[in-house]
Design a protein around this ligand. Structure first.
Ligand SMILES: *Cc1c(COP(=O)(O)O)cnc(C)c1O
Length: 393
């Protein structure tokens, strides 16, 4: 075999291939289907935030390398956000780090904190970059599976406890949880915190959907619980909170030693990014409560629209307590292979969705589940529902 006929990718990454989103989005383009696969909004965030970015560009703020930890205005605004919403105080100079989206924050945290051979526990199904980043860090991933229970995917605390070994270094949590829409409760998180303290674990929490919780669900940052501030790396992102996923502005808040560690990896990944956008996100973080209330209400209405439509179309629906995704079970439609279902759906009904199995180490555990995104215009969701109802007929 010539070297060009052999895959060049190394052993750590060979298993990951291309992300499902590339395949499904290409399918959407080819068939003209409505893309409810990838989770990006089809309308931009607030006009004043966009204008703030334009102003920064024109005024020459951030057009050259911004400071490594992020511009001071943004770090101060991030610290202000954590105080305003959660009563958490962080020093903008030593406890806040701006990253190229939450994706880089996760990567840098794992590369900085995991020794080769360490075990990293992650909730399965998990966001697709987690497995790859654990592998790049030389860690071993240990999935703990969220299982359907009374209409939602729940964490089994005994299973979590049993997954911890002497090699466990870190828990990688995500709440509100993509793709299931589960929001971990204060009771669940308190048990997680007790376990982390008892076994001396670090925790990385991906909280990019922190402002998208519905009804009586509450987002509880793990760092607010006893013993957790000093061992938790909290991650947020402007992409999800302000509907600017292309800007790639994310952040980390943590104790100084943890931020310094994450920064040591981050500086050699991107060094810095998104200069002018950092100034705009600083303004976004200071938007009044009304912005957050309206955003949440808009997405709640869309959740209800899509959930009801999917139910009428014959799916079993796990009504999400948070995020902008709804997970369904396709078995009531008489099929059980989510992959085959999603590959056929664009031709059958003109809609693209994602098989949850791609988010599992144990694909059989996720086989019948399919995820739809509802961060789309109401007219688009209405048309998608109209098309999906043909499945029921
Ligand atoms: C979208 C998403 C991210 C990535 O956020 P960026 O800021 O776009 O890098 C990370 N984690 C979860 C759970 C997500 O859904």
């Amino acid at each position: 075999m010539t070297s060009s006929a052999r895959p060049f990718v190394n052993r750590r990454l060979a298993e990951f291939g291309t992300t499902i989103f590339a395949e499904m989005s290409a399918l959407a383009v080819r068939t003209g289907a409505i893309n409810l696969g990838q989770g990006f909004p089809d309308t931009d965030g607030p006009e004043e935030v966009r204008e703030a970015a334009v102003r920064a560009l024109r005024d020459g703020r951030g057009n050259q390398y911004p400071p490594g930890p992020g511009v001071a205005e943004l770090r101060t605004a991030i610290a202000g956000h954590q105080r305003r919403w959660y009563g958490l105080t962080y020093d903008p100079d030593t406890e806040v780090l701006v990253t190229a989206g939450a994706t880089e924050a996760v990567a840098a945290a794992l590369l900085a904190l995991v020794e080769p051979g360490d075990e990293v526990i992650a909730l399965e199904p998990y966001y697709d970059s987690y497995a790859a980043c654990i592998a790049m860090a030389g860690g071993t991933r240990v999935p703990v599976t969220l299982r359907p229970h009374e209409g939602a995917f729940r964490l089994d605390l005994d299973e979590l406890r049993d997954a911890v070994t002497d090699r466990t270094r870190l828990l990688l949590l995500n709440t509100p949880h993509n793709p299931t829409g589960t929001v971990l409760t204060r009771e669940e998180l308190t048990a997680v915190a007790e376990l982390a303290v008892e076994r001396d674990l670090l925790v990385v929490t991906d909280e990019v959907y922190e402002h998208l919780v519905f009804d009586d669900a509450e987002h509880v940052p793990l760092a607010t619980l006893p013993g957790m501030r000093e061992r938790t790396v909290s991650i947020g992102s402007a992409g999800k909170t302000y509907s600017f996923t292309g800007w790639k502005v994310g952040w980390v808040t943590a104790a100084p030693g943890l931020v310094a560690a994450v920064r040591s990896a981050k500086q050699f990944l991107t060094y810095v990014s998104a200069g002018p956008f950092q100034y705009a996100v600083a303004e976004a973080l200071a938007l009044p409560d009304s912005y957050f209330t309206a955003y949440r209400a808009d997405l709640r209405a869309k959740r209800d629209l899509l959930s009801a439509g999917l139910q009428e179309a014959g799916f079993a629906v796990f009504r999400p307590a948070g995020t902008y995704f709804v997970t369904t079970d396709i078995r009531p439609l008489g099929v059980s292979d989510g992959f085959a279902f999603c590959r056929a759906l664009p031709e059958r009904a003109g809609v693209v969705a994602v098989p949850n199995a791609v988010f599992y180490d144990h694909p059989e555990a996720g086989a019948p589940f399919v995820r739809f995104a509802f961060c789309k215009r109401t007219t688009v969701l209405e048309e998608a529902v109209r098309r999906l109802k043909t499945l029921a007929g």
